[in-house]
Design a protein around this ligand. Structure first.
Ligand code: SF4
Length: 373
């Protein structure tokens, strides 16, 4: 009986799949297709301050959202010493809208340490700073220090899961995906390698519709060869995000300025979500809905509060519904009058809820500027 000969698909026979060839093809793709970003330098080591600042901003935030913040921060605080010397409230105000506000508090704390002790010389040194986790430390070591660090985020996990068609679902597969990424790291061009992999994941090997036709790894990619690459990485069934409820209070001054719409603002406690940020007064955010009477017991003034709507906001670990109450009155307790422009997004959404024809600014608009009819 003739021996059974198993043939590999012709495409795989022809295609180089070695580590060196994978590296060569991705780096050459990066040289022509890598994104131009304001914190990037080509052909030289990038400045640690710029890399650190950009990497902190990029944690859980898109490049498009980060670019204008990065440019504004750098124009206002061009060095780590300048950033360390900035009052914390100013830094938190400049961060408003970027989300995940603990990053801004950590950024300020780390700026103090960096201004005092200088920039760390390796990945382990960066890990000791507030707000710098394993990914960020590895990215800074690779990009700013030129060290062969294994830089693995969600993009890199996705690319590795597809390149090798890893069947184990996330999050269980994380260690294996990290190992696979580590096998491709080398001492040659470590910063470019890390950024090439990030760019591939962000622009070509995208979560929903990977552009395999434009991918330098197409012929080596196991998920592409098998078909349906978008089904990788495999995922364990997701638990639904819990919902919380709260009420937020738009208190406006009884005597109105036609120039700006101002609200009574408070400072949130340092610990917890949006800690240390300027905010609209709110109730606690809890699983059970608030009745009107329960909510108004937390209002910043005794007034004729009207419920004018509700806003939805999604945080990482829960979805929030906030009932929006409005009134014009003198406040009680600590706070100040200010506009909503430097508030976290959830509060900006609440401030944008229209108050209808009875609202003081609507009345003012109807009368025209300076109260003239
Ligand atoms: Fe991703 Fe497609 Fe490239 Fe595979 S071929 S790495 S699935 S873009």
């Amino acid at each position: 009986m003739p021996a059974l000969v198993r043939r590999r698909p012709a495409a795989v026979d022809k295609v180089p799949t070695t580590r060196d060839n994978l590296r060569k093809s991705l780096l050459s793709w990066y040289d022509s297709n890598g994104r131009e970003l304001p914190w990037r330098v080509r052909g030289a080591a990038a400045e640690p301050y710029r890399v650190w600042l950009s990497e902190i901003m990029l944690q859980q935030t898109t490049v498009a959202a980060v670019v204008p913040y990065f440019e504004r921060f750098l124009a206002r605080w061009p060095t780590v010493e300048a950033l360390a010397a900035a009052p914390r409230e100013e830094l938190l105000g400049a961060w408003a809208g970027l989300g995940y506000y603990s990053r801004a508090r950590n950024l300020h704390a780390a700026a103090h340490a960096l201004a005092e002790r200088g920039f760390p010389a390796d990945e382990a040194g960066w890990r000791t700073l507030p707000g710098v986790g394993p990914y960020t430390a590895a990215a800074i070591a690779a990009i700013a220090l030129g060290q062969p660090a294994n830089v693995v985020d969600g993009n890199v996990e996705r690319v590795m899961a597809r390149l090798r068609a890893v069947e184990t679902p996330l999050p269980e597969a994380k260690a294996r995906l990290r190992e696979l990424a580590g096998e491709l790291v080398a001492a040659e061009r470590p910063g470019d390698w890390a950024q090439a992999l990030m760019d591939l994941g962000a622009t070509v090997c995208t979560p929903k519709s990977p552009k395999c036709g434009a991918c330098p790894w197409m012929k080596s990619c196991a998920a592409f060869t098998a078909g349906a690459p978008e089904t990788y990485p495999r995922r364990a069934a997701k638990a639904e995000r819990p919902r919380r409820h709260g009420a937020v209070f738009l208190l406006e001054p009884p005597a109105l300025s036609p120039a700006a719409r101002e609200f009574w603002l408070v400072r949130r406690p340092d610990k917890g979500l949006l800690g240390g940020m300027a905010a609209l007064p709110t109730t606690e955010w809890r699983a059970k809905k608030w009745t009107r009477a329960e909510a108004l017991a937390h209002a910043p003034a005794k007034a004729a509060w009207r419920k004018i709507g509700a806003v939805e906001h999604v945080f990482t670990h829960f979805a929030l519904t906030l009932d929006v109450y409005a009134a014009d009155a003198a406040p009680a307790g600590d706070g100040w009058w200010g506009d909503a422009s430097a508030l976290p997004t959830v509060f900006k959404k609440a401030a944008d809820v229209e108050r209808g024809p009875e609202g003081p600014h609507a009345r003012l608009k109807a009368r025209g500027p300076r109260g003239k009819r």
